[in-house]
Design a protein around this ligand. Structure first.
Ligand code: BJW
Ligand code: ZN
Length: 250
């Protein structure tokens, strides 16, 4: 922790790279947690595909609307707040997230780069125009729900996220890679490091000479990339890291 605090406090450019684990303590299940309710017998990896939406749009749209309801009800945790504090204390910093929730924004992070899109930007699956966000709340056990139809072409509306087999938003990925090549420290938080090309980001930073600090209670393939591994939950480790890095400001 002391070494991590030292390099962080001395860094001019910091990239904070996050995954589902940072939102776990807000009550958002991680991607690899078992599904519950209506989706108990499904695998998230199989639902997050264009094929699943094509085969059973009501099942997939219902799942995403249920997740949006969950996220609306929860709050950023001290891990998200610590990330915003790091941004406020570092001259050049950027948050690159794989998460489709909006908890970084709600904690005060300025313009996080969403590599895998957002639950809050539905669009037409046929013509790609953005679609209004439906209102209303989903029942806690979830339900099948027909996707709305596009106002322009009547195509089905889909979540504005990146599914397996789809390209990441080109400009955002390009900026993220550029930031990784340019930073002094990359903090990777709460990601299994299994999903590509996002998992390349910490590797790029390490290759270009940055110190990679990982925060995760479990081992991951990024253990080998990180110069410093802080084993523990983000909502505990990150506030402690901020206090250790900037004792006089905390
Ligand atoms: C805590 C904690 C606490 C718990 N504190 N930590 C190269 C090699 C092999 C395969 C591929 C490759 N390149 C591409 C692929 C294929 C594929 C892929 O990576 N597959 C792998 C599974 C093998 N990638 C793709 O298909 C990508 N597209 C692509 O490559 O396109 C090519 C193309 C080019 C041009 C034209 C067309 C195509 C797209 C990937 C999209 C990923 N999308 C998802 C779903 C988003 C929507 C949704 O949410 O439903 O994104 S998948 C899912 O995984 C989601 C996440 O953002 C992403 C990463 O997961 P994350 O965040 O790491 O979460 P978990 O659950 O895995 O891990 C949680 C971690 O938290 C754990 O480590 C815990 O220990 C930890 N934790 N509590 C801190 N309190
Ligand atoms: Zn349309």
């Amino acid at each position: 922790m002391r070494e991590a605090a030292k390099v962080l406090s001395q860094a001019r450019r910091v990239v904070v790279f996050t995954g589902a684990g940072i939102s776990a303590e807000s009550g958002v299940p991680t991607f690899r947690d078992a599904l519950t309710g209506l989706w108990e017998r499904f695998d998230a990896q199989a639902l997050a595909t264009p094929q699943a939406f094509q085969d059973d749009p009501d099942l997939v749209w219902g799942w995403y609307e249920w997740r949006r309801t969950v996220i609306r009800r929860v709050h950023p945790n001290p891990g998200h707040e610590a990330v915003a504090a790091i941004e406020a204390r570092t001259p050049r910093s950027v948050v690159i997230t794989q998460n489709v929730d909006d908890l970084h924004e709600r904690a005060g992070s300025a313009g996080p780069l969403h590599l895998h899109g957002s639950l809050f930007e539905p669009r037409c699956a046929s013509c790609a125009r953005s679609a209004p966000m439906p209102d209303g709340e989903e029942p806690s056990e979830g339900r099948r729900l027909a996707p709305p139809r596009c106002e322009h072409c009547s195509g089905p509306v889909r979540p504005g996220v990146v599914w397996f087999g789809e390209a990441l938003p080109e400009q955002i990925l390009e900026t993220a890679v550029q930031e990784a090549t340019d930073c002094d420290v990359l903090l990777t938080i709460g990601t299994s490091g299994l999903v590509y090309p996002a998992a390349e980001i910490p590797k790029v930073a390490a290759m270009f000479g940055a110190t990679v600090i990982q925060v995760n209670p479990q081992p991951t393939p990024l253990d080998a990339v990180a110069g410093i591994n802080l084993h523990g939950p983000a909502a505990t480790v990150l506030p402690a890291l901020v206090t250790a890095a900037w004792p006089s400001l905390s």
